[in-house]
Design a protein around this ligand. Structure first.
Ligand code: COS
Length: 386
């Protein structure tokens, strides 16, 4: 399908494909096995400008949009959704500054990210997963500073990132409306990390706790310079970043489909190529149709957001929901097509199946996406009646 990509998008796609094929493919098994953070590849991403795709030109970025970002994440995830996450989760960590930051905050942090500094987003806690409003971390004003106490859980890029955007309650009595967001630099006294999590998939990506014990952060690091906007900034961030998870899922699915088709052409059983068996042909036809449908929805959503649409929650949730379910289904079928070989680590499809699973869970489980979609449908229906 020709999606009429722009010059910039074609350039991003080509450079990501080159990095993915030439540099990520040879090391993906190593990172999957060891869980080592892929610093060499991150450097290549930085050199290619990938960290700055959607950062405005005045802050050193490419000035692109969500669609440009989606193209990059899809292409990298075809080869390794875990390595690609270093750049995608940096976007997640940076959106709160792009969405709600003051000029000074943008000037201080965005050029660093555009140049390749890894960032992370700190919302989730042990008691605040799907219920993002259940955050317990506090940030209590003390003169020109806020003193942060609490623990964030399962933070992507945690420990390896230099810049963290963190949700904390500045007024506990107000619940969600008392939440604020802060930029916390790695190395700030009182800010440490928990152990690195041992995960099922996306193992090249690091996941750690963020631990705040009397961590003093200057008031200049309160995002937007105003208390009480933290939950809204977090929700708006997720609306913008979910198409990125959808792109990661799409890439993983497309990569698994490619492997499956290639394998059926090479593998011979009963004296002929298994690509000639209708049972497998039908499976591949269904897989390809699902991948293309996911791509169409992800691209349409990204373009909708880039066009400046106001209400993006529903579409953003839809594309994340659909593409991640496609990724799980297509990678599972790819393992089935490769049979015993698919189950072995010599072939990448078992890894793709493990990597796909998280896309149905993080940045809001698919049950939460359905809730977001349904609530928006009801809201829209009520608005039309008026
Ligand atoms: N954009 C802007 N504001 C939003 C918003 C959005 N997308 N979604 C909600 N809000 C605002 C609401 O308008 C409301 O504001 P007021 O109190 O001023 O009216 C406030 O936020 C609370 O909204 P709501 O009552 O819908 O919040 P809930 O606690 O019911 O939570 C869900 C809503 C479930 C959607 C939210 O908790 C969520 O997204 N959970 C999943 C979190 C997640 O993705 N976690 C993964 C962590 S990052 S890897």
């Amino acid at each position: 399908m020709d999606y009429q990509l722009t010059e910039l998008q074609l350039m991003i796609k080509d450079s990501c494909k080159k990095i993915a094929e030439e540099r990520m493919k040879p090391v993906r098994e190593h990172h999957d096995e060891t869980g080592e953070f892929p610093w060499d590849i991150v450097k290549l991403f930085a050199d290619a400008g990938l960290f700055g795709i959607s950062i405005e030109e005045q802050y050193g970025g490419m000035g692109g949009g969500i669609m440009d970002n989606v193209i990059a994440v899809e292409e990298l995830s075809k080869v390794d959704g875990g390595i690609a996450l270093s750049v995608a989760a940096t976007g997640l960590g940076t959106y709160p500054i792009m969405i709600g930051g003051t000029d000074a905050q943008k000037q201080k942090y965005l050029p660093r990210v555009a140049a390749g500094t890894v960032a992370a987003f700190g919302l989730t806690e042990a008691s605040a997963g799907s219920d993002a409003g259940g955050v317990r971390t506090t940030a209590i004003k003390d003169g020109d500073h806020y003193v942060i106490n609490g623990t964030k859980q399962w933070i992507t890029n945690g420990g390896d990132a230099e810049i963290y955007t963190v949700v904390a309650l500045t007024d506990k009595s107000k619940g969600i409306r008392g939440a604020s967001m802060f930029i916390v630099d790695k190395g700030t006294p009182g800010f440490t990390f928990g152990k690195k999590e041992n995960k099922m998939g996306i193992r090249a990506s690091s996941t750690r706790e963020l631990i705040f014990q009397d961590c003093r952060v200057h008031k200049d690091n309160l995002i937007g310079g105003k208390e009480g906007l933290g939950f809204m900034h977090a929700m708006k961030t997720l609306d913008k970043s979910r198409p990125g998870v959808a792109a990661q899922a799409l890439g993983i699915a497309a990569g698994a489909l490619e492997e499956a088709v290639r394998y059926t052409r090479e593998r011979k059983q009963f004296g002929k190529s298994i690509s000639s068996f209708q049972g497998l042909q039908f499976m591949m036809a269904d897989m390809a149709t699902q991948v293309e449908a996911a791509r169409a929805l992800v691209y349409a959503t990204a373009r909708f957001v880039d066009a400046g649409a106001k209400d993006i929650s529903k579409m953003s949730a839809m594309c994340k929901l659909f593409a991640s379910d496609v990724a799980m289904s297509v990678t599972t079928d790819a393992v089935q097509i490769l049979g015993g070989y698919g189950y072995m680590k010599e072939y990448p499809v078992e890894k793709m199946m493990r990597d796909a699973k998280i896309t149905q869970i993080y940045e809001g489980t698919n049950q939460i996406q359905r809730e977001v979609i349904a609530l928006n449908l009801i809201k829209e229906a009520a608005a039309t009646k008026k």
